[in-house]
Write a protein that binds this ligand. Structure first.
Ligand code: BTN
Length: 253
């Protein structure tokens, strides 16, 4: 018999058949005082949300759609480390469960050969008791249902396609949470957050690439040269170095 898991945190997993959005559900629960470490999963979302106001759509049961609640001792400028902790743990789980080594595309995607395997959306709720509530949502393409939009045409990929074997979403989640538990304490200390930012920088395939950065009111091209201490992207452009804290990045070559 498999021994019970002895994870120190992230043990309260609430799995739903359908939610509008796991992030929305958990943000509302956080405002009502839901404890740190709560994990929400949905087989399908009717109003899944992505970064920059986009939607996140996936066929029922085809993805790992989850959100995790943190109440770390951080301020808004330090939120990148929270998402990084989840991304790094997802990268570990992809390797352990599926034998797939993925990379991070700044700011919040997981990719294999530039095809998107997963996206991360972190949001905050200032309401409710205690420190800032941070909800980090992960949408990971596990299988690619047919018929449907062609993954290649969307610049996307899926885990079963990459690994060539069926993947159990629950196992993937459990392994991710096992990897997340030891990272969680790092979020409360500047040194720990710095370590997470350095670790994700080491997995960030954007660094060293020619990129186009799309901001709300302008776009520019340059070479991504690294992440700063807060996880912002440092881009060497024609007019000098620029620090990018939010926006879309396109890998040019
Ligand atoms: C992105 O790439 O734009 C981020 C996508 C994040 C999608 C996930 S799915 C689970 C969680 N709930 C949501 O509504 N969004 C996130």
């Amino acid at each position: 018999m498999t021994p019970p898991r002895r994870r120190s945190a992230f043990t309260d997993i609430r799995w739903f058949e359908e939610l509008a959005s796991t992030n929305t559900w958990l943000l509302e629960a956080a405002a009502d005082g839901c404890p740190e470490g709560t994990v929400v999963v949905a087989d399908r979302q009717s109003a899944g949300r992505g970064r920059l106001g986009r939607t996140w759509a996936s066929e029922p049961g085809s993805g790992l759609l989850t959100s995790i609640l943190f109440r770390p001792a951080v301020g808004l400028p330090e939120l990148f480390a929270v998402a990084a902790a989840v991304s790094l743990s997802a990268l570990d789980a992809l390797e352990a469960v599926a034998g797939v080594r993925a990379g991070a595309k700044w700011p919040n995607d997981l990719v294999v050969d530039d095809a998107k395997l997963a996206g991360v959306l972190s949001e905050t709720s200032g309401a409710g008791p205690g420190p800032l509530a941070v909800v980090v949502g992960l949408g990971l393409n596990v299988s690619w249902p047919m018929p449907g939009p062609d993954a290649d045409a969307l610049g996307a990929t899926c885990l079963e396609g990459l690994s060539g074997r069926p993947i159990d979403r629950r196992e993937l989640l459990e392994v991710l949470l096992d990897a997340l538990a030891p990272r969680r304490p790092l979020l409360d200390e500047a040194d720990g957050r710095g370590a997470l930012v350095r670790e994700i920088a080491g997995r960030t395939v954007t660094i060293g690439r020619a990129v186009r950065v799309e901001l709300a009111r302008e776009s520019f091209t340059g070479t991504a040269v690294g992440l700063d201490d807060a996880g912002r992207l440092v881009v060497q452009g024609a007019a000098g170095e620029r620090i990018v804290s939010a926006g879309d990045v396109i890998h040019l070559r």
